[in-house]
Structure formats: structure tokens, C-alpha cells
Design a binder for this molecule. Structure first.
Ligand code: GUN
Length: 286
């Protein structure tokens, strides 16, 4: 297996220890960083993610407040909770776990989170700031992916980067972050023609499709950096990425595993965003 694994757990531990040190410094100055996590419904995957985020907070010295609401919660009830958290000066970050039940308008809820407490970087103002290259809270998954790519020592400037998937959470912001690093970026999606041919030209390939094994070995350029954002529960009951791992490992120079790749990094970046948000809201520097 020629590909070198990009170890998300080790990198995430580094990011979290930086966040823990910054958190300790803020506590010394009288600010206790606090993240409110809101989960609506009983989606098993979301429950696992939320538990992971709360555990990470504890590890970093960040206070967390968990709000679990039934799937029958109305949009007005959820907006009322977000409004209360928005007003609470002790809460520095608000994360509403997505997806929300179908009867709730996700954008309306995200827009109700004040930009300074939007640690996901999903609110319209933060999306706009990122697009303009202005300082903002970067979305955790693409920011984590970028850090993983950079950890390989790859010079991103001028490289062909292909992002498969165009979601607001991963694909679109990932493309913007790579563009900001001077990559030549192509975004592929379900209507893309000659997807395999485009992927084969990718020096950096980011797969965020949500389909197990979607990226096959023949779609990977020899020597590529391959980042697998997918987390799919297979028929075998185990977690699998969007990339055919064994086949891609024969071609890529660097490859992220699933589990143990992008997932831990996403959570670690959230810790960094929360501490940074707490510092800004307290008028302190990190
Ligand atoms: N669901 C899947 N990924 C994310 C994320 O990064 N943030 C939130 N809020 N929900 C998600």
C-alpha cells in the first residue's frame, strides 16, 4: 500500500491541545468558553456526533450545554430556544446539529444564530465573509480537510483540486478554501459529465458525496492527496468512506482513513472556533 495515511486522530489531538491551551488562558482572564449544542430528534448518527462534541468540550475545558428536543418540536419553538441562547452572554457558540426534521426550515434557524456565535460558519454573513476572504469562523469540516492537506507538506498553489459534492456544509466552502490557497478548483456533482476523467486529473481530490465507495481506484491520479469526507454505514454494519480505500491506497500518495480521518478533525476545529468566538466576545486576544 504506497499511500501514506493522514492520521486525523493525531492531528485532531494537536488542534484540541491548542484549543485547550487557549481556553485555559481565557479562563485565567475570567472568561469560561461555552458552547450550546442543540439536537432536534433522535437521528442515531446525529446523537453520536453530538455526544462526541460534548466530550471534546470537556477535554478542552470548554463548558457545554446540551439541548435535546423531540422530533415534534416546531420551528417556532426551536427559534425561541436559539433566540434565548443568542441573548445569553455566557454562551459564546451555538451549534444546531443538522439535518433538522423536514418540517423545519434549516436556513431560517441558521440565520437566527448571531454571526459572532455561529461556530459552524453557516450563517449568511459568515458565508459571505468567507467568500470575500474576510476574517470569519470557517466551517469545521472543510477547514479540517484543508489542515489535513497542509499537513502533508503539499504546496496547494497551482494544483488541480477537485471537490466531489456541492453541499453548503462541505463542497462549496471546501472549493472556496482551496481557491483561496490558489488551487485550480473544479466542483463536481450528480450532473457532472465525465466525472471519472475529471477526478483522474486531480492532484487533490476531496470526496463529499455520501455514497460508500463512490470514488473507485481508476478515478485516482497516481500521487494524489485524497481526502474522504464520507461517513456511510455499510451493509456490514461498519463505517465506510466515499472512497474505495483499498483501491485508492494503491494510487494515492496520501489518503485519509474512515473512521479516524476527517471526522475527528471536524470536531477539533469546532473547539478552536468556540474558543476564538469566546475570545472575540470578551474583547480578549488569543
Ligand atoms: N451535520 C453534519 N455536519 C455538521 C456540521 O458540521 N455542523 C452541524 N451543525 N451539523 C452537521
Amino acid at each position: 500500500m504506497p499511500a501514506q495515511l493522514i492520521d486525523g486522530k493525531t492531528l485532531a489531538a494537536q488542534v484540541k491541545s491548542e484549543a485547550a491551551a487557549a481556553c485555559a488562558a481565557l479562563r485565567q482572564k475570567g472568561t469560561v468558553p461555552c458552547l450550546a449544542v442543540v439536537l432536534v430528534g433522535e437521528d442515531p448518527a446525529s446523537q453520536v456526533y453530538v455526544r462526541g462534541k460534548v466530550n471534546d468540550c470537556a477535554q478542552c475545558g470548554i463548558e457545554s450545554r446540551e439541548h435535546r428536543l423531540p422530533a415534534s418540536t416546531t420551528q417556532a419553538e426551536l427559534l425561541a430556544l436559539v433566540g434565548m441562547l443568542a441573548q445569553d452572554p455566557a454562551v459564546h457558540g451555538i451549534l444546531v446539529q443538522l439535518p433538522l426534521p423536514a418540517h423545519i426550515d434549516e436556513q431560517a434557524v441558521i440565520s437566527a444564530i448571531p454571526p459572532e456565535k455561529d461556530v459552524d460558519g453557516f450563517s449568511p454573513l459568515n458565508v459571505g465573509r468567507m467568500q470575500l476572504g474576510q476574517p470569519c469562523c470557517l466551517p469545521c469540516t472543510p477547514a479540517g480537510c484543508l489542515r489535513m492537506i497542509e499537513s502533508t507538506g503539499t504546496d496547494i498553489g497551482g494544483k488541480n483540486a477537485v471537490v466531489v459534492g456541492r453541499s453548503n456544509i462541505v463542497g462549496k466552502p471546501m472549493a472556496l478554501l482551496l481557491l483561496a490557497k490558489n488551487a485550480t478548483v473544479t466542483v463536481c456533482h450528480s450532473k457532472t459529465q465525465d466525472l471519472a476523467g475529471i477526478c483522474r486529473r486531480a492532484d487533490i481530490l476531496v470526496a463529499a458525496v455520501g455514497r460508500q465507495g463512490f470514488i473507485t481506484g481508476d478515478m485516482v491520479k497516481p500521487g494524489a492527496v485524497v481526502i474522504d469526507v464520507g461517513i456511510n454505514r455499510g451493509a456490514d454494519g461498519r463505517l465506510h468512506g466515499d472512497v474505495d480505500f483499498a483501491a485508492a491506497a494503491e494510487k494515492a500518495a496520501y489518503l485519509t482513513p474512515v473512521p479516524g480521518g476527517v471526522g475527528p478533525m471536524t470536531r477539533a476545529m469546532l473547539m478552536g472556533n468556540t474558543v476564538a468566538a469566546a475570545a472575540r466576545q470578551s474583547g480578549l486576544s488569543l
